[in-house]
Design a protein around this ligand. Structure first.
Ligand code: GUN
Length: 323
């Protein structure tokens, strides 16, 4: 049984990114810049934002957290985003979700310049994913794809079952698996007899935010299991899968913590560096990865560039429940 080690894999990606940024700085160029917008004081968001900021600093990116009051007006939040869109030193804008009640997250996400949308949540970038066009991809599913790639898990012709249909994980995950030529089934809260379907998966991705939902009888012998869940329980952090029980049956599995979570942050850094390359007009097909990168793509809005871009994010508390 293979443990798909996201912690080590993500550390390798971060080192590649750090080296790329060191080289840029030695050439006298500015560092890539990320701004995280944190509205209100949701405790889980504070932790996520702190982790993102620390990761940026570790690789030499400029990161700034803009803390805004929970009672900020929609118009004021949108004009803050517009200012960041116009700031040439800002390559990535991340609006931490969920937003406090009364604010329209979708409208705010749509205000973000798609070339700075390092979360990949802008409708233009989502549309690009649907159409198989290059663009910034949501960090969590992109992290899953990268982890599977690093472990050379074959996807073409395999049956991939995704449990969860969130906009942030389930839906883009299904599209990325489809793009990798898997046959994809998406299950959700209205799926009758979930186990009958999950048992068919050569690859099973659980992204619902329900502790230990996927039990031993729900997976096929030899399946590859990816657990996107991060659930805080009395017993500590647990995923959507019963890890200990599944280990005896599957061929590979991601642990929680140390699986998909670190990959999500690595993909955020990757997206920010990609956005930077595009903003600075870098034209060579460059990527932060030392190995050949399947995430490479370009955003046609920034003319003449053929740099890498991918879209992928962490478990989102606003969409954590099985939808
Ligand atoms: N909240 C929890 N995870 C995420 C994420 O990856 N991106 C954003 N924007 N908000 C989140």
């Amino acid at each position: 049984m293979l443990v798909l080690d996201g912690k080590t894999t993500a550390a390798r990606i971060r080192t590649d990114i750090q080296e790329a940024i060191t080289a840029l700085r030695q050439e006298g160029k500015r560092a890539p810049g990320l701004v995280v917008l944190l509205v209100g004081d949701n405790p889980a968001s504070l932790v996520y934002v702190r982790n993102k900021e620390a990761a940026c600093q570790e690789v030499g990116m400029t990161s700034r957290v803009l803390r805004l009051p929970a009672d900020i007006a929609q118009a004021a939040l949108e004009s803050t985003i517009a200012e960041l869109n116009a700031d040439p030193e800002v390559d990535g804008i991340l609006l931490q979700l969920p937003l406090p009640a009364g604010l329209d997250a979708q409208r705010c996400l749509t205000c973000i310049d798609p070339t700075k949308d390092v979360d990949g949540f802008h409708p233009e970038n989502m549309g690009r994913l649907v159409q198989g066009l290059p663009g910034l991809r949501p960090c969590t599913p992109a992290g899953v794809m990268e982890l599977l790639r690093q472990y050379a898990i074959p996807l073409a012709g395999k049956h991939a079952v995704v449990v969860g249909r969130s906009t942030i994980v389930g839906k883009p995950m299904a599209l990325m698996l489809l793009e990798a030529h898997a046959t994809v089934t998406v299950c959700h809260s209205r799926t009758p007899d979930l186990a009958a379907i999950t048992r068919q998966g050569d690859i099973l991705v659980a992204a619902v935010g329900s502790p230990c939902l996927i039990r031993e009888g729900m997976v096929a012998e030899g399946a590859v299991v990816v657990d996107v869940g991060i659930n805080r329980t009395a017993a500590g952090l647990v995923g959507d899968c019963d890890y200990a029980a599944l280990c005896a049956k599957v061929s590979a599995i991601t642990p929680v913590p140390g699986g998909v979570g670190p990959m999500t942050i690595a993909m955020l850094l990757h997206n920010t560096l990609t956005a930077y390359y595009q903003h600075t007009g870098r034209t060579e097909a460059s990527c932060c990865c030392s190995s050949p990168c399947t995430r490479t793509a370009s955003h046609p809005r920034t003319a003449g560039t053929t740099t890498s871009a991918s879209f992928s994010p962490t478990q989102n508390p606003s969409t954590g429940q099985m939808a």
